[in-house]
Ligand binder design. Structure first.
Ligand SMILES: Nc1ncnc2c1ncn2[C@@H]1O[C@H](COP(=O)(O)OP(=O)(O)OP(=O)(O)O)[C@@H](O)[C@H]1O
Ligand SMILES: [Mg+2]
Length: 267
């Protein structure tokens, strides 16, 4: 049994529809393909995005764990390519509007996660609601997905700003999604990094880019990950690079007594 803590990675964007679920599912499957044990949590508690993307159905979900009806282990479902999904609460209306305290309950539930697990990836809901911020704050590392579009850039900056103001954690990583063949993704990263340094006194890190690739949509339609559906596609290559970068993160500092998800607030 592994005794070290799994690394918890939150994936957010501010703006909806820019690729959080795509990045979450395919990063998870690419890490699994590299031999890591990965759990994927559908943090989009209202709509259960990742669950739908993976074509999985479940009778029980995180809401049953919060109410104490089930243990976390009882709701896990095995997805493709070694990913284990922690289902969000699809269709459970009140879950969409979880309070900060209740979200903290979700985070607490994760402290049950021990043993043979390397990564927990959290696919966040769109926006920067208190529940998204609480979950993001509880992660060891935060990835912001952005596309080269003014409203996505503005929302990504907004998300980085509130995350930075809310906690002392400094590890915010940017992934640019839907990059066209001849685009240079480092331009947008440097622009955003400069703005963050100037106005937030905070630099961010680049995790590179994911190409615009219609195979991603096809893979989704076929309820498969890109690695399964089109292993030699541009997107499969990009996700492999992304997973390798994630693998090369500095090791987490070990915390006495196991998992420690909460970080201190600045206020
Ligand atoms: N790199 C890409 N190339 C082509 N299509 C993409 C790419 N990334 C995402 N898409 C498509 O864009 C759409 C939205 O992506 P996705 O569902 O991942 O976004 P999201 O940020 O999770 O959305 P929401 O905010 O609704 O949860 C999907 O149809 C997806 O297939
Ligand atoms: Mg989504």
């Amino acid at each position: 049994m592994k005794t070290s803590q799994p690394e918890v990675i939150g994936i957010a964007s501010g703006k909806g529809g820019v690729g959080k679920t795509t990045v979450s599912v395919n990063l998870a499957s690419s890490l699994a393909q590299l031999g890591k044990k990965v759990f994927l949590f559908d943090g989009d508690l209202g709509l259960a995005n990742a669950q739908i993307a993976l074509g999985l159905k479940s009778e029980f979900n995180i809401s049953h764990v919060i109410t104490g009806e089930k243990s976390l282990n009882e709701i896990l479902i095995e997805g493709p390519k070694g990913i284990t999904l922690i289902p969000g609460a699809s269709g459970v209306k009140q879950m969409a509007a979880l309070s900060e305290i209740e979200t903290a309950g979700v985070v607490q539930v994760f402290s049950e996660l021990r043993g043979d697990l390397d990564y927990l990836i959290i696919d966040m809901a769109a926006g920067i609601s208190p529940s998204v911020l609480t979950l993001m704050e509880a992660c060891h590392r935060r990835i912001i997905v952005v596309i080269d579009d003014p409203s996505s850039i503005a929302d990504a900056y907004g998300a980085i700003k509130v995350i930075t103001q809310q906690s002392d954690r400094e590890d915010i990583y940017l992934v640019q999604n839907r990059v066209q063949e001849n685009d240079r993704s480092d331009i947008l990263f440097h622009r955003m990094n400069n703005v963050c340094m100037k106005f937030l006194n905070q630099s961010i890190f680049s995790l590179g880019a994911i190409s615009e690739d219609e195979f991603l949509l096809e893979a989704l339609r076929n309820k498969k990950t890109i690695q399964e559906f089109a292993p030699s596609s541009l997107a499969a290559r990009d996700f492999k690079f992304l997973a390798e970068k994630v693998l090369s993160f500095e090791p987490l500092q070990q915390v006495e007594g196991g998992l420690e998800f909460f970080v201190e607030r600045k206020n």
